[in-house]
Write a protein that binds this ligand. Structure first.
Ligand SMILES: Cc1cc2nc3c(=O)[nH]c(=O)nc-3n(C[C@H](O)[C@H](O)[C@H](O)COP(=O)(O)OP(=O)(O)OC[C@H]3O[C@@H](n4cnc5c(N)ncnc54)[C@H](O)[C@@H]3O)c2cc1C
Length: 414
């Protein structure tokens, strides 16, 4: 693979961009792989990448029923932060945030990581206490966050009305190195690096069955034929229950549509990310100038990758008190993704009852931020059978009552 560089851009400009290579190959599937990953979202691709990079396992296929990054990875609002409460969460999200810092260099692909700072508003006394507690927990975990007062909030985000009639801003949990990245570039960057290591990314190929023998996984059935493997990683977000059913076990997961919307582009007016849990909405400004606004999840289980009018209305109504300037904005488009929710709002990275079959799911409304850390831990789990990053997130915790309760950190979709 030819490296991307300023020199390469100049060279290609001179020859009318005729020399760029395809970013990744589109091979036909082989008969057998050491590892098959189902799902070419960020988590599946990152798992494949770190299997190759950290463990030298490169006879790997990533199988995707649509196009890579076409699931939640290409549909989210790209917020990256690691200000969670519990130790296992802080460890995996902070690992991910740290890897994001240098991911463009690591992958030789510009993922446009922008550590512009993320604030979670406290608009009730209950939230003030909750976020002060999280700031203390983060200090012990080595995660840099701070509880800031309303004046500092206003200084960081002047377009905000901190004296709102119903919910004045009482402070915020501020993570200065949180931010955003370009979501599809994360998927594309990992895909290109995987392809460069000789891995096969097979798109438009749906897994329709999981084959097993003697309690062990031996391969998958797909719309492009049967493919054998020694190990299988199921990384399919909102379809995890469907794949688990094929493999013969059940998951404590609910799938629901989560929605987001963007406005028409306007001049730069906001260079931080703001989340408002009480009124339920969050907002940042994209490089194009659009206000990227996150809404809520549907209140019932479904597999709909669509937006709906009532969510647009509810979300904008919620945010307009705190951000009066958006009342005059036109909303351009809205959409949905199918997210996979666990009861404790923490993910599952685990072995399964089927030997050599591993599962990575349950990231719910907030898994984009975790992609590099999740891939790192999942690759270690699949290669070595255990990983300190994934230990707390095993399926057993639901039987044993070892919940990792992150309902506050994940209280608003993000
Ligand atoms: C509107 C919205 C906003 C969000 N905002 C944020 C945010 O700001 N910050 C944040 O951290 N997170 C956010 N998230 C959550 C985040 O997007 C997800 O947690 C994350 O992208 C999940 O990645 P994934 O790789 O697990 O899943 P996906 O990207 O969904 O990838 C799974 C892939 O599996 C494929 N697949 C499914 N079934 C099969 C099959 N049978 N055979 C082959 N392939 C199959 C799918 O086609 C899909 O491409 C948001 C999500 C949504 C929907």
């Amino acid at each position: 693979m030819k490296r991307y560089s300023a020199f390469a851009v100049a060279r290609e400009a001179l020859r009318f961009h005729s020399g760029w290579e395809r970013a990744w190959r589109s091979p036909a599937p082989k008969k057998k792989y050491d590892v098959i990953i189902i799902g070419a979202g960020g988590h599946g691709l990152a798992t494949a990448y770190y299997l190759g990079r950290n463990f030298g396992i490169r006879n790997v296929a990533v199988i995707e029923k649509g196009w890579l990054g076409g699931g939640n990875t290409g549909r989210n609002t790209t917020i990256i932060r690691s200000n969670y409460l519990q130790d296992p969460s802080a460890a995996i999200y902070e690992k991910a945030r740290g890897l994001y810092e240098n991911l463009s260099q690591d992958l030789n692909y510009n993922i446009m990581f922008s550590p512009r700072g993320v604030m979670m508003l406290a608009q009730t006394q209950h939230e003030v206490r909750g976020y002060q507690r999280t700031a203390h927990a983060n200090a012990l975990q080595g995660v840099t966050t701070e509880f800031i007062g309303p004046q500092k909030v206003k200084e960081l985000c002047p377009i905000m009305n901190i004296d709102g009639p119903r919910y004045p801003v009482l402070g915020a949990l501020w993570q200065p190195r949180g931010g955003t990245a370009r979501h599809d570039a994360v998927a594309w960057g990992y895909a290109r690096a995987c392809s460069d290591m000789g891995m096969d990314i097979i798109q438009k190929c749906e897994v329709t069955g999981v084959r097993q023998s003697g309690g062990k996984v031996v391969g998958v059935d797909t719309t492009k034929g049967a493919i054998d493997c020694d190990k299988l990683g199921v990384v399919v977000a909102g379809h995890s229950g469907v794949l688990a059913d094929m493999a013969g076990f059940r998951l404590p997961i609910e799938s629901v549509a989560l929605q987001a919307l963007v406005s028409e582009p306007i001049k730069p007016c906001m260079d931080v990310v703001v989340m408002a849990n009480t009124v339920h909405g969050y907002m940042s400004q994209s490089d194009k100038g659009e206000m990227v606004i996150g809404g809520g999840a549907d209140g019932y289980n479904n597999y709909t990758q669509r937006g709906s009018f009532h969510h647009v209305e509810e979300t904008v109504r919620a945010l307009v008190e705190t951000f009066p300037i958006i009342s005059r904005l036109k909303m351009l488009r809205w959409w949905g993704g199918i997210v996979d929710m666990t009861g404790d709002r923490s993910p599952i990275l685990s072995k399964t009852p089927l030997e050599n079959c591993f599962i990575n799911c349950g990231w719910g409304t907030g898994g984009f931020k975790a992609i590099p850390g999740s891939g790192w831990g999942m690759a270690e789990l699949m290669a070595k059978g255990h990983s300190p990053l994934t230990e707390g997130f095993s399926l057993d915790r639901f039987k044993e009552g070892r919940f990792i309760d992150e309902s506050v950190a994940a209280g608003v979709a993000h």
